[in-house]
Design a protein around this ligand. Structure first.
Ligand code: CAA
Ligand code: NAI
Length: 702
């Protein structure tokens, strides 16, 4: 193999071995496509070779097209042609699969005449998660292998399936015993030779019948699940339309759809999201810094967050000691953690035996802090009160071994002040998990003034180990996510005071693509949290800041959201998901009259513009202040912590796509009504002036 050719051609007696070696994930770069194409041509003329095996070196079979080439001019040979050449081979070709067989990788496998996988292999067509659809025959070959509905499911959801399911679906022909894909491929090839079998070309297989009713029922499901995204519905149409035509024409339909989707803002946004998630972990200042070893962790406080954090850490293989205030609370927390593991067993993520072993050997909920003497890292998740947190950290300082990392899960509080309660501020950091912590993938890593670099590196390591996306944040009220949320919540509250209804705001925001609007989120989280936060800050509030009087009235009246059956919405047997309160209009009229506000109408567009402008403006302030290092980090936080629609890439990407001048002009207009709230971030003003974009800031550093 030369560096220029990542595809090796070897022979083992009558079996040709075509091995791709393009770390890290054997993506189908131009060089791989060229190498594969040449190897298949060579196989055709290699008289001694009767069958070929395509396999991959390293951790995985081909994980898809090279995403970094998207948006650039395409380079020959094109993938559909390479796959057609594989399928057209007169001599059989076996695909030997391991790792993650994704996108173009699975399409290559579908072009082969037979497929064998080693146990643990995962297969999927994730293109819709990138705003695309399979563009190299996948929408036409897959249904011919697995049937119409199974194919629609895989293509429109992007869902990965395991090797066992793939075998049941007939997506693969055999599941090997061993773990070596090359050996599995050779064994399968030998079997075919000895049986005189040649596998089959999927393009020769008759297409399954397309029942329009089946397609219609899928359309409803897909539209609901994809919430406004273009690609999943286009993929459904492409499958249905293509299968009604001869194979070659079906593939042409697919190609056109693929090319159309390549041009959409949705595709650019989703690929931005993909790379932003990976970029978040890249920290130049941590190069060469060795993280501390973490095996035993402590969790203090076994409420909502403590339980979720403990469950998530256990799932990552860590040893967990949870501390509660008394034995009853400890028992309750342990039961909560156990229930989460039971849920994992039910969903097939964990075996019952592993759960039992995990709970017996690696988990305990106790009341004595002394049990944390040998912990490598402790995460505090007690009440959101500075006094309580400082007391906990002072206690930890006396108990934990030197070098233990001391972390707080605070949502808003000053991590420097918490660190100052110990004699070792260099070991203190914020690890801000999101609720439910065993499900949500975001973790803000809040670096305080004196946090040591190896503690930051340890936090990123822990995030990865727990399957989370760690995003670095600086210390401020609410860090990245909650600070931005406070800003767009305030913009929404102002509109409600000025004439919009909370229901209209929720609807307008949901139409943008968020799963819920701010008032539905508020009811879910509980209105007491925000109320307590406002009370805490009331004494120092600037008199020009508008108070969300409706939110205060609801909380003071015991309407705390779902948990009390009433908040902005009413929750009861009749409407467990909530229905508007018919009294809301009267209540708001009363408040507006008290405040001397003459209500006005808002269009849904204006609601969305103000909501988004507040989000972007606060994001720009956070970036300018260095609370977030890059715009893409802000996007990752909003995507993973706050339901920002992935098809729009995150607020900063969205803002760049709109043009920052437009947003700056909106803000200037809104400032005429409320100059205190609508202060344009200096960075936004500068970029709008120069025609710049958030994405280009510090490009060299990224
Ligand atoms: N193209 C380019 N780079 C890729 C890539 C791809 N398809 N997939 C992964 N990478 C890169 C990542 O950016 C990362 O690079 P850095 O180390 O420089 O950050 C590196 O490979 C490792 O990736 P992960 O950190 O994600 O590693 P992992 O082990 O956690 O996950 C994976 C591996 C499951 C393959 C995951 O990377 C993944 O899901 N990749 C995307 C797969 C995908 O969507 N493929 C379909 C592409 S679309 C397509 O194929 C359309 C078509 O046919 C034309
Ligand atoms: P919670 O009220 O559900 O749980 C707190 C637990 O801490 C209680 O079980 C309590 O008994 C225990 N506790 C209090 N003092 C203790 C002490 N000295 N020693 C041991 N245990 C003690 O609160 P929740 O929601 O779990 O929040 C905890 C922390 O996580 C807070 O700082 C909060 O701001 C933060 N957070 C909360 C999120 C949420 O959505 N609920 C999201 C992210 C962070």
């Amino acid at each position: 193999m030369t560096p220029a050719n990542p595809v090796r051609y070897d022979r083992e007696s009558e079996i040709a071995l075509i091995e791709i070696d393009n770390p890290p994930v054997n993506a189908l770069s131009a060089a791989v496509r060229r190498g594969l194409s040449d190897a298949v041509a060579h196989f055709a003329t290699d008289a001694g070779a009767r069958i070929a095996v395509i396999c991959c070196a390293g951790r995985t079979f081909i994980a898809g097209a090279d995403i970094s080439e998207f948006g650039k001019p395409p380079v020959e040979p094109f993938l559909p042609d390479v796959i057609d050449a594989i399928e057209a081979s007169d001599k059989p070709i076996v695909a030997a699969l391991h790792g993650t067989v994704l996108g173009g990788g699975l399409e290559v496998a579908l072009g082969a005449h037979a497929r064998v996988a080693v146990p643990g292999t995962r297969l999927g067509l994730p293109e819709v998660t990138l705003g695309l659809l399979p563009g190299a025959g996948g929408t036409q070959r897959l249904p011919r292998a697995v049937g119409l509905e199974a194919a629609i499911d895989m293509v429109t959801s992007g869902r990965q399936i395991g090797a066992d399911e793939a075998l049941r679906m007939k997506l693969i022909d055999a599941l090997a015993d061993g773990t070596d894909p090359r050996a599995a491929g050779i064994a399968h090839a030998r079997r075919l030779l000895s049986e005189g079998a040649a596998g089959r070309r999927l393009s020769d297989v008759a297409a399954p019948t397309v029942d329009p009713q089946v397609v219609e029922s899928w359309r409803g499901k897909v539209a609901k699940a994809s919430r406004g995204q273009v690609a999943p519905l286009r993929a459904l149409d492409t499958i249905a339309e293509g299968l009604a035509l001869p194979f070659a024409e079906g593939v042409a339909v697919e190609r056109r759809a693929f090319m159309d989707l390549m041009q959409t803002p949705e595709r650019a946004a989703m690929i931005h999201a993909f790379f932003s998630e990976r970029r978040a972990a890249q920290q130049d200042d941590l190069k060469g810094v060795t993280p501390r070893e973490v095996n035993r962790i402590g969790v203090i406080g076994g409420g909502t967050m403590g339980q979720g954090i403990a469950a998530s850490a256990l799932a990552a293989g860590l040893d967990v000691t949870l501390i509660e205030r008394d034995t009853a609370a400890a028992a309750k927390a342990a039961a909560g953690v156990a229930a989460m593991q039971d849920g994992a067993v039910k969903r097939g993520k964990l075996s019952a035996a592993d759960r039992d072993a995990m709970m017996a050997d690696r988990f305990r909920a106790v009341t004595d802090y002394a049990a944390l003497g040998d912990a490598d890292l402790v995460i505090e998740a007690v009440f959101e009160s500075m006094d309580v947190k400082r007391e906990v950290f002072a206690t930890l300082d006396g108990i934990c071994r030197p070098g233990a990392v001391l972390a707080t899960n605070t949502s808003y509080l000053d991590v420097n002040e918490i660190a100052a309660a110990t004699g070792r501020p260099q070991d203190v950091i914020g690890l801000h998990f999101f609720s439910p912590a065993n499900v949500m993938r975001l973790m803000e890593i809040v670096v305080a003034d004196r946090t040591a670099p190896d503690v930051v590196a340890t936090a990123f390591n822990l995030a990865k180990r727990m399957g989370k996306i760690g995003v670095r944040a600086g210390v401020c009220d609410g860090f990245i996510g909650n600070r931005i949320m406070s800003a767009y919540r305030a913009a929404a509250d102002h509109m409600v005071l000025d004439g919009a209804s909370p229901y209209q705001v929720d609807r307008a925001v949901a139409d943008f693509g968020f799963p819920m609007g701010p008032y539905q989120v508020g009811d879910l989280a509980g209105l007491d949290i925000g109320y307590a936060n406002r009370q805490r800050k009331a004494a120092t509030r600037d008199p020009r800041e508008r108070v969300p009087v409706l939110a205060d009235r609801l909380a003071e009246g015991g309407r705390l959201g779902r948990k009390t059956g009433r908040g902005y919405y009413i929750y009861d047997n009749q409407s467990p998901q909530g229905r508007p309160d018919p009294q809301m209009g009267t209540m708001l009229d009363g408040i507006r009259a008290e405040l001397g506000i003459t209500p006005r109408d808002f269009t849904d567009d204006e609601i969305r513009s103000r909501y988004m402008a507040a989000m972007v403006n606060e994001g720009a302030k956070i970036l300018d202040e260095g609370i977030a290092a890059r715009a893409s980090d802000i996007d990752v936080v909003l995507l993973h912590g706050y339901g920002f629609p992935r098809g729009k890439g995150g607020p900063m990407h969205w803002a760049d796509a709109q043009g920052l001048g437009t947003i700056a002009a909106d803000i200037a207009r809104y400032a005429e009504d409320d100059p205190y709230f609508w202060q344009a971030a200096p960075l936004l003003a500068r970029l709008a002036e120069s025609g710049g974009r958030f994405a280009d800031l510090g490009k060299d550093a990224q």
